[in-house]
Design a protein around this ligand. Structure first.
Ligand SMILES: *Cc1c(COP(=O)(O)O)cnc(C)c1O
Length: 396
C-alpha cells in the first residue's frame, strides 16, 4: 500500500495482516512454530518454495507486520527485524562482510558499534577505519580497494553533528561499497536516508519506534536483494530475531510516531533556545539552532515530514566542568536520570561518566565529550516543567 498513502496513514495501517477473525487491531502471534497441511507443503515451505510461516526464528506474522510497516515508512523494499539495534548492526555485518574486508565508519557512532567493528569483528579479520564524521575528505582518503561498507549515524550521539548522506553515498558508490545509515535519532518521520542514496537503514526500535521505553528491538531496511539474501540468511541461521511481543509493542508504537516526533522535536527546539541564552550554559549542540555548524544541511536532510524537525536530543555544556554538570543531573526531580533516549519521558545523562566512561579521558576530550557535557532526550512533558527541572541545578 506504500504508493498510495501518506506517511501518517502508513504508520497506522501499513503491513496489517488480518486473521480469519477480522480483528481491527494487529494480533499478537505468540507461537514458536506453524503447522503445515501435509508433508509436501512442509517440504516446500522449508526450502522457501512456498509461502507460509515455518518457525518464529525465521518469520512470524506479528514480526512481519512490523517489518512491512517500517519498510513502508522508510521507503524500502524489504525489512528484517532483530532483537536489538546492536543485533541489527551485527546482522548487516555478518550478512554482507567477510574476513579481509574493510569498513569505513564514522568516529561519532553509538559506542557499542565501535567495539563491535573494532574488537569483536576485528577478531574475525575485519578491518575498520574510524574517521572524523563531518570531514568528507577523510572518508574519501580512508577508502581502500577492499572497502565494502561505509557506516554512519546522523545526527551523531552525543554531539548532534549532521553528516551529508548524499555526498557519502557518492563516495560509497565510487568505492563499490554499501552505505549503511543508523536512522535511530531521527526515525523516518524526520529523515529517510534511502531517499538520499543510502543502501541500508538500521534502527534501534528501542528508541523512537517503540517510543515509550518498553522494549528492545532493531531493524534493517533496504532493497530485497541486499536485505533478503545473506542478511536474512544470517538471522535465520543464528537467530538474533525480534520476539513477536516486542514487534507488537513497536508496531503499535509506530502508529503515533509522526505526532510524537513532531511534538518532541518542537519541545527540543524550545529547550535548546532557552539553554542557548542561559548564563550558566557554555554551548548548545542542536541542529535546529542557527548557530549549529550544519544547520543548513540538517534542514535539507531532516524535512521528510514537510517541515524541518531538528531531532529531540539536545546536548549542552555547562560552565564548571563535572561538578557543575552533576549538579544539574542531581537537581532533576522530574527528568529521568538514565542513558536511554527516544522515550516520551525526558531523560538526562552525563556522557563522560556513563556512556563514554570507558574511553580514556584524552580520547574522550578529543571526541568532544568534555566533563561539562550533558545530553537531554526531550520527551512529551510540558517544556516549562522540563526547563524548571533543569533550572534546579543550573541556578545553583
Ligand atoms: C541505542 C542505539 C543503538 C543500539 O540499540 P539497542 O537497541 O540498544 O541495541 C544503536 N544506535 C544508536 C544511535 C542508538 O541510539
Amino acid at each position: 500500500m506504500s504508493d498510495k498513502f501518506d506517511f501518517d496513514t502508513l504508520a497506522v495501517r501499513a503491513g496489517v495482516q488480518r486473521s480469519n477473525f477480522n480483528e481491527n487491531s494487529e494480533a499478537l502471534y505468540l507461537s514458536s512454530s506453524f503447522v503445515h497441511e501435509d508433508a509436501a507443503t512442509a517440504a516446500l515451505r522449508f526450502s522457501n518454495q512456498a509461502p507460509g510461516y515455518v518457525y518464529s526464528r525465521f518469520s512470524n506474522p506479528t514480526v512481519e507486520m512490523f517489518q512491512q510497516r517500517l519498510a513502508a515508512l522508510e521507503g524500502g523494499e524489504a525489512c528484517v527485524a532483530t532483537s536489538s539495534g546492536m543485533s541489527a548492526v551485527l546482522t548487516v555485518a555478518m550478512g554482507l562482510l567477510k574476513a579481509g574486508d574493510h569498513v569505513v565508519c564514522s568516529r561519532s557512532v553509538f559506542g557499542a558499534v565501535i567495539t563491535l567493528f573494532e574488537k569483536n569483528l576485528g577478531r574475525f579479520g575485519l578491518q575498520t577505519t574510524f574517521v572524523e564524521a563531518t570531514d568528507l575528505s577523510a572518508w574519501e582518503k580512508a577508502v581502500k580497494p577492499n572497502t565494502k561498507m561505509l557506516f554512519l549515524e546522523t545526527p551523531s550521539n552525543p554531539l548532534m553533528e549532521v553528516l551529508d548522506v548524499a555526498a557519502l553515498s557518492k563516495i560509497a558508490k565510487k568505492a563499490g561499497a554499501v552505505l549503511v545509515v543508523d536512522n535511530c535519532f531521527c526515525s523516518p518521520a524526520v529523515q529517510r536516508p534511502l531517499e538520499m542514496g543510502a543502501d541500508i537503514v538500521v534502527h534501534s526500535a528501542t528508541k523512537y519506534l517503540d517510543g515509550q521505553g518498553r522494549t528492545l528491538g532493531g531493524a534493517i531496511v533496504g532493497s530485497k536483494e541486499l536485505v533478503m539474501g545473506e542478511v536474512h540468511g544470517f538471522l535465520r541461521t543464528a537467530g538474533p530475531s525480534m520476539s513477536p511481543f516486542n514487534a507488537w509493542v513497536a508496531l503499535k508504537g509506530m502508529e503515533t510516531l509522526g505526532i510524537r516526533m513532531e511534538k518532541q522535536c518542537d519541545n527540543a527546539l524550545e529547550l535548546a533556545r532557552w539553554l542557548e541564552s542561559h548564563p550558566q550554559v557554555d554551548k548548545v549542540f542542536f541542529p535546529g539552532l542557527e548557530s549549529h555548524a550544519q544547520h543548513e544541511l540538517a534542514k535539507r536532510q531532516q524535512s521528510a515530514s514537510g517541515r524541518f524537525l531538528a531531532g529531540a536530543v539536545v546536548t549542552f555544556t555547562v560552565k564548571g566542568g563535572r561538578p557543575a554538570a552533576w549538579r544539574v543531573v542531581d537537581g532533576c526531580k522530574m527528568i529521568s536520570i538514565t542513558a536511554n533516549l527516544g522515550d516520551t519521558k525526558s531523560t538526562i545523562t552525563h556522557p563522560a561518566s556513563t556512556t563514554h566512561g570507558r574511553i580514556s579521558p584524552e580520547a574522550r576530550e578529543a571526541a568532544g565529550v568534555v566533563e561539562g557535557l550533558l545530553r537531554v532526550s526531550v520527551g512529551l512533558e510540558s517544556v516549562a516543567d522540563i526547563k524548571k527541572d533543569l533550572q534546579n541545578g543550573l541556578g545553583a
